[in-house]
Design a protein around this ligand. Structure first.
Ligand SMILES: Nc1ncnc2c1ncn2[C@@H]1O[C@H](COP(=O)(O)OP(=O)(O)OP(=O)(O)O)[C@@H](O)[C@H]1O
Ligand SMILES: Cc1ncc(C[n+]2csc(CCOP(=O)(O)O)c2C)c(N)n1
Ligand SMILES: [Mg+2]
Ligand SMILES: [Mg+2]
Ligand SMILES: [Mg+2]
Length: 328
């Protein structure tokens, strides 16, 4: 199958977004949003870095790359609308497998009424999927990492470290998988972006959000730096699932801080609005936990503090970092 028949095979037979004027078929797509700010992000998944044939089925690769992108739209408080897919295809991937990758994306995209409106297809040595998402948010209502203030509550949705734990089991399975293992694996392969939760908070005046792709140690640091504040995390308040506590009792705390790929939302709101965050979480059916607070920056640079052994100590960014140099 050549490039052109491949494109024909993945082209949607209809579109749903009313702002779309031209989808797949021309040099580029065209849409005309009314009364909204347009939010856009791109994230890439590469075979051998973000997944292997051992860690994910083709459908899961598609689902997950789109989920990681939708998670960024959720972290901006926006509603998903469109996606574009740039794919590099190695010769050992069959057409049937690639259709399954697109099926996985379609399954998740359909649940948000998203339209696939374009992309690019090339051949290369590893399977790589680069997805661009486009979302809409009411004018001026996008949620920035830079808006946390002293006195805010620091919160996180869901539970932490499950994705890292699921990956561990996929890479080093030791015997028969129990229900706990299956839960952790499913959290790694098919994370649910927290779009609905974030949309239930659209009425709040001020809310800083960041999604957890690299571990909360990194994400908290990003909020601290962008807002020029210090963040205090109460280790005992971090939310962990029963399965991770059962299966990885020695690792779960570290994986919660630096495991990454949980795609939960880390946020800061004024103390007076905390009860509304709890309400939004109940409506969305998502757990939410208060895990700390925000303070005025004390030293020369913003820091994240954690009470590891009773004492407050500085938490260094310890999540996954690409392009790390030796000795970093
Ligand atoms: N190669 C690049 N060229 C231009 N901008 C980039 C590039 N890589 C990242 N950025 C921009 O840098 C900012 C931070 O990107 P980053 O990828 O760290 O965020 P993220 O998508 O939330 O995290 P993750 O990739 O772990 O999911 C974003 O504004 C992003 O658009
Ligand atoms: C096979 C395999 N090995 C390792 C990992 C772990 N991993 C890869 S990228 C990343 C951080 C997010 O990346 P990005 O910043 O690009 O969003 C993490 C935690 C995995 N998922 N699969
Ligand atoms: Mg990114
Ligand atoms: Mg992000
Ligand atoms: Mg991202």
């Amino acid at each position: 199958m050549d490039e052109f028949s491949f494109i024909r095979s993945i082209k949607p037979d209809h579109y749903r977004q009313s702002s779309l004027i031209k989808g797949i078929d021309d040099d580029a797509a065209v849409f005309r949003p009314s009364g909204h700010d347009v939010v856009t992000a791109v994230d890439t998944m590469v075979e051998g870095v973000h997944f292997t044939r051992q860690t994910m089925e083709p459908e899961q690769i598609g689902y997950r790359v789109l989920a990681a992108n939708i998670s960024d739209l959720a972290a901006m408080g926006s509603t998903p609308a469109f996606y574009m897919v740039s794919i590099t295809i190695p010769s050992d991937w069959t057409h049937e497998e690639l259709e399954r990758v697109y099926e996985g994306m379609k399954r998740l995209g359909d649940s948000y009424q998203m339209d696939l409106i374009g992309g690019d297809t090339v051949s290369g040595s590893e399977l790589s999927l680069s997805v661009t998402v486009i979302g809409m948010v009411q004018k001026g209502k996008a949620r920035y990492r830079s808006t946390a203030e002293a006195g805010d509550v620091l919160f996180v949705t869901g539970t932490l470290g499950d994705s890292r734990a699921g990956l561990e089991w996929l890479l080093n399975p030791k015997g028969q998988a129990s229900e706990d293992h299956t839960y952790l694996v499913q959290r790694h392969q098919t994370p649910v972006p927290r779009v609905i939760f974030a949309s239930h908070l659209s009425h709040l005046e001020r809310l800083a959000l960041n999604d957890v792709s690299d571990g909360i140690a990194n994400e908290a640091k990003e909020i601290a730096e962008a807002s020029d504040v210090d963040l205090f995390i109460d280790l005992k308040a971090l939310p962990f699932s029963e399965p991770i506590r059962n299966v990885f009792p020695e690792h779960y705390v570290n994986w919660g801080l630096s495991g990454g790929e949980d795609f939960e939302l880390l946020g800061c709101v004024p103390e007076k609005d905390w009860s509304q965050v709890i309400e939004a979480a109940e409506h969305a059916g998502v757990p939410v936990s208060k895990i700390g607070h925000v303070k005025t920056k004390e030293g020369p640079v913003p820091v994240v503090m954690v009470n590891k052994s009773g004492e407050w100590e500085r938490l260094t960014s310890s999540g996954y970092t690409h392009l790390k140099e030796k000795g970093d």
